[in-house]
Design a binder for this molecule. Structure first.
Ligand SMILES: C[S@@+](CC[C@H](N)C(=O)[O-])C[C@H]1O[C@@H](n2cnc3c(N)ncnc32)[C@H](O)[C@@H]1O
Length: 356
């Protein structure tokens, strides 16, 4: 089971900071129905908005983004930084870029992780919307302790001669035709996108582009070969967070046609410096456990492509594998049944990193 304990209090406290922001524009978590109407409107806008015009100029959409989508992205990013923590060069994070930062979910999540590590860094924030940057500034008054804001700007012209150690683009590249050139210059690049089949596939295809531009993909891929899921129509790569803690958001969701108990997202984490490939022999679990009569299956990804790992229930082995776990397999002691790798004993599977 994935756990949410570690980030729970921070998340709940963050909603109180948001409450102060939305009160100023006539909304409150104490009026969940009114917020739900705004959120439904913004969700329809995202789905139907061909030109991807960002919604910061509407008071209703701003309330919806602040009250709902910002905390959801904060929760996703907290989980993601933890997932890739071993590969983030924490000691060399001098200049961070949050591209398309909106109200700053990715920066606030990073600040929390930096607080735990006692590390500081300079933050450069970029968003084409002045209104979004104002929201970030307001929230940052109480929510930034480790990241020192160096520059906030609406485009890259203000960032000439700055080299970024870590660039993050959270839910912002899907609004663009191409990845901005400046992002390719960063030492590390983290791209987070929605987990829909279409948007994930665009991200999966970016893998090769990043490799061509001198990056190594450190996660979720354990290998540098093209994403094998692109050859199937049924699969697309996405991650899943632990369940959200109970909060004001549950009251809002009582009035919404969708519920977000756990959150999914797609991501790529790439680095220029990390030439070693520590995970090359590893397998990433890329599905939730698929329980069927008599067995549980998981899709796993490696440079061999997508394979199915299975465990017969009558073997009575206790194996808790979840989407995102990184595995090592001893293939010699695993029985291969057509395309299925059947686990016979627990020694043939070691969990290198649990996705918690
Ligand atoms: C969906 S929001 C994501 C906000 C935030 N990163 C998050 O994770 O919650 C996308 C943001 O990207 C910004 N954006 C889109 N295209 C941009 C561009 N070309 N330059 C700068 N910002 C851009 C929008 O203004 C918007 O605030």
């Amino acid at each position: 089971m994935k756990t949410n304990e570690e980030f729970k209090q921070f998340f709940i406290d963050f909603l109180e900071v948001i409450e102060r922001q939305i009160l100023e524009i006539g909304y409150s978590y104490r009026q969940p129905k009114k917020l739900a109407t705004a959120i439904k409107g913004l969700s329809d806008h995202f789905i139907g908005n061909e030109q991807r015009i960002t919604p910061w100029n509407s008071k209703e959409f701003k309330a919806a983004y602040l009250a709902y989508y910002t905390p959801l992205n904060l929760w996703r990013l907290l989980h993601l930084y933890k997932t890739i923590s071993e590969d983030i060069p924490w000691q060399n994070l001098d200049n961070v870029l949050d591209f398309g930062m909106g109200s700053g979910a990715a920066s606030f999540a990073l600040d929390y992780l930096l607080r735990e590590k006692g590390i500081s860094a300079q933050l450069n924030g970029l968003d084409q919307s002045d209104e979004a940057l104002s929201c970030f500034k307001e929230i940052s008054k109480s929510q930034l302790s480790q990241l020192k804001v160096s520059r906030l700007a609406e485009d890259f012209s203000n960032f000439t001669n700055v080299e970024f150690d870590f660039a993050i683009a959270s839910y912002s590249l899907n609004e663009l035709e191409n990845i901005p050139e400046e992002l390719y210059k960063s030492q590390c690049l983290l791209i987070v996108e929605p987990s829909s089949s279409e948007e994930s596939r665009i991200l999966m295809a970016m893998k090769e582009k990043l490799i061509d531009r001198g990056f190594r993909i450190l996660a979720p891929c354990s290998h540098q070969t093209p994403c094998p899921m692109l050859t199937t129509k049924k699969l697309w790569c996405h991650a899943r967070t632990p369940a959200l803690p109970p909060s004001h958001l549950n009251k809002i969701e009582e009035h919404l046609p969708f519920k977000n108990r756990t959150l999914t997202y797609s991501y790529l984490f790439a680095s220029r410096k990390n030439k070693a490939a520590p995970h090359e022999t590893h397998y990433r679990v890329v599905s939730d456990p698929l329980r069927e009569k008599g067995k549980t299956r998981w899709n796993i990804c490696s440079d061999r492509g997508i394979e199915t790992l299975s465990l017969l229930h009558r073997a009575q082995l206790d194996l808790d594998l979840n989407r995102g776990d990184l595995l090592e397999l001893n293939r010699n002691s695993i029985e291969q049944k057509k395309t299925e790798l059947r686990i016979k004993d627990l020694n043939s599977v070691s969990i290198v990193k649990k996705d918690s």
